[in-house]
Design a protein around this ligand. Structure first.
Ligand SMILES: [Zn+2]
Length: 52
Protein backbone atom coordinates (compact mmCIF):
# COMPACT_ATOMS: atom_id res chain seq x y z
CA UNK A 1 0.00 0.00 0.00
CA UNK A 2 1.21 3.45 -0.86
CA UNK A 3 0.05 6.68 0.70
CA UNK A 4 0.33 9.53 -1.73
CA UNK A 5 -0.70 13.11 -2.34
CA UNK A 6 -2.54 14.47 -5.39
CA UNK A 7 0.73 15.12 -7.15
CA UNK A 8 2.12 11.63 -6.73
CA UNK A 9 -0.96 9.50 -7.17
CA UNK A 10 -0.07 8.67 -10.77
CA UNK A 11 3.39 7.63 -9.72
CA UNK A 12 1.96 5.36 -7.02
CA UNK A 13 -0.40 3.76 -9.53
CA UNK A 14 2.51 3.10 -11.90
CA UNK A 15 4.50 1.49 -9.11
CA UNK A 16 1.65 -0.84 -8.15
CA UNK A 17 1.02 -1.80 -11.78
CA UNK A 18 4.75 -2.46 -12.33
CA UNK A 19 5.19 -4.46 -9.17
CA UNK A 20 2.02 -6.50 -9.05
CA UNK A 21 0.72 -6.30 -12.62
CA UNK A 22 -2.80 -5.66 -11.40
CA UNK A 23 -5.05 -2.66 -11.57
CA UNK A 24 -4.62 -0.81 -8.30
CA UNK A 25 -7.35 0.15 -5.87
CA UNK A 26 -7.47 3.81 -5.00
CA UNK A 27 -9.15 5.07 -1.89
CA UNK A 28 -9.50 8.62 -0.71
CA UNK A 29 -8.25 9.06 2.83
CA UNK A 30 -10.38 10.45 5.62
CA UNK A 31 -9.09 13.61 7.25
CA UNK A 32 -8.09 11.57 10.29
CA UNK A 33 -6.02 9.17 8.21
CA UNK A 34 -4.37 12.08 6.43
CA UNK A 35 -3.04 13.45 9.68
CA UNK A 36 -1.40 10.25 10.78
CA UNK A 37 0.73 9.67 7.70
CA UNK A 38 2.59 11.33 4.85
CA UNK A 39 2.98 10.96 1.11
CA UNK A 40 5.56 8.30 0.36
CA UNK A 41 7.30 10.52 -2.18
CA UNK A 42 7.28 14.08 -0.89
CA UNK A 43 6.27 14.04 2.77
CA UNK A 44 3.15 16.17 2.31
CA UNK A 45 -0.19 15.14 3.70
CA UNK A 46 -1.49 12.31 1.52
CA UNK A 47 -4.84 12.32 -0.27
CA UNK A 48 -5.07 8.73 -1.45
CA UNK A 49 -4.05 5.26 -0.52
CA UNK A 50 -3.21 3.06 -3.48
CA UNK A 51 -3.10 -0.69 -2.99
CA UNK A 52 -2.97 -3.81 -5.10
ZN1 LIG B 1 3.59 13.60 -2.80
Amino acid sequence: MIYCCDEHVELAIDVIVDEYEVAPNMKQLTSEEKLSTTCEYCGNNPTYIVSN
